[in-house]
Design a protein. Structure first.
Lengths: 264, 264
């Protein structure tokens, strides 16, 4: 086993999400990262080359693809003896909806916040589901920018935070999210620190590492509210994690789909 | 019966609070208006002269004084065959606490509002009782000026209201308060409109009318939150009522205590 292979195997272990190795979810991350375009295709063989090194059996990949087809995320076609897969229009829309948040290296923290307070919780629930609102209690939600229409039945305040108590901080950033963020930050720093000077990864190997990083970061980034620093617990390492994730991704440029799909 | 007596009797009927003619409460309003100083005394005979015209029997005045003594509001002393009454230190403190709100002709509406939100309701309940906070939901209260100490466990926002829905307006100004305010506004306009050109009221008669006005206004003023206009329902007549109350009081200058106490 070469030094490079050792490093690659070690990186896989280090980057694998200890919480979520569901294969269908990994495939979603993979397509989102490498094949989100309407004409992008990934062959079954390429998928196997990318995912199998994560200690996932080919059978598990087939089951996951079956599920993704059933749920309308992925479509597949046969091409001779092999198959090619692509995101459906629905899958691309879902993917595109979260891409800006996942790939934002330096999110703008809005300055113009407002608070909506409802009498019951019904009308607020709708907003929390469909808009980018942050619940801060049974009947209150924080948002930024323009106030949505249909808020006539809510109290609307423009707000500036003066104090954020620990109970709200840990509601916004619960301990498991703090831990997931911290351990990912550590992982994406460890992996490049042991990287051999000479490294010639295949396109599939680059895709494997990228997928692992993006998959795990996605689960942190999408739960990380874009709030001013005072809303976060002291042990929140969101900035550190984000910077280290993108520093590592930058050393692993997205491989070309043709290179990925080319028979080995 | 003279025209003046007719007008005086009519004014009493018009100014009497349809909701609250509890005698002890009338006596509290009377002392607050006319005898709030530490050396101020009102004789039993003067009290009777002021209150009896409100269709209150002397026996009811005695019972009310007994209750006020028992509750520590009023103290009494005998002076020969008659008695004199005064507010206790406690009574004066209670009276002084609400005097600024009752007698404010043109309350400053604060511009610097903040919202406190608690996790449970306990800590907020304390503030709502002891400070000038306005509840706007189970776990939220509006206040102005400096943020009190001991708010570490609360979310604190500086706020500017953008929308106040009708459910909050009618919580802040419930229908019975709107009605009480409107009917008082009508009464204090009606009474001077029928006032005879020649009017020579006794000190006691002036005190009777002042007491009725202050007593009824007190119950509106102390429930009227000092919030910006957008928080009030359209049919709220607080400004109109306040202006008319003070216009009428200005025509009935506070009588001198010596004049009130002088045997007739």
């Amino acid at each position: 086993m070469t030094i490079q292979d050792q490093w690659f195997d070690g990186a896989i272990l280090r980057l694998a999400d200890p919480q979520n190795q569901r294969v269908w979810s990994i495939i979603v991350s993979l397509f989102g990262d490498l094949a989100q375009g309407p004409d992008d295709r990934i062959s079954g063989a390429a998928l196997t080359r990318i995912i199998q090194p994560m200690h996932v059996k080919p059978e598990a990949i087939r089951v996951a693809l079956h599920r993704l087809r059933k749920d309308g995320w992925v479509d597949s076609a046969r091409s001779g003896r092999s198959s090619v897969h692509h995101l459906t229009e629905f899958g691309r829309a879902q993917s595109a909806a979260v891409t800006p948040r996942i790939y934002d290296r330096d999110p703008d923290i809005p300055h113009d916040w407002h608070l909506l307070m409802s009498e019951g919780s019904g009308s607020l629930d709708d907003l929390l589901l469909t808009e980018n609102y942050i619940s801060i209690g049974r009947n209150a939600a924080l948002g930024s920018g323009a106030i949505p229409p249909n808020c006539d039945d809510m109290v609307v305040f423009n707000v500036t935070a003066r104090n954020v108590p620990s109970w709200l901080k840990s509601r916004l950033c619960p301990p498991d999210l703090i831990k997931a963020c911290g351990s990912l930050a550590d992982a994406v720093k460890d992996v490049p620190s042991s990287r051999p000077a000479e490294l010639n990864l295949t396109a599939a190997q680059v895709a494997t590492l990228r997928t692992l990083i993006v998959h795990r970061w996605r689960r942190v980034a999408l739960r990380n509210p874009d709030l001013p620093p005072m809303f976060f617990p002291d042990d929140w390492r969101g900035q550190d994690c984000r910077a280290s994730v993108f520093a590592l991704l930058d050393t692993l440029p997205k491989p070309d789909l043709n290179a990925l799909n080319a028979p080995v």
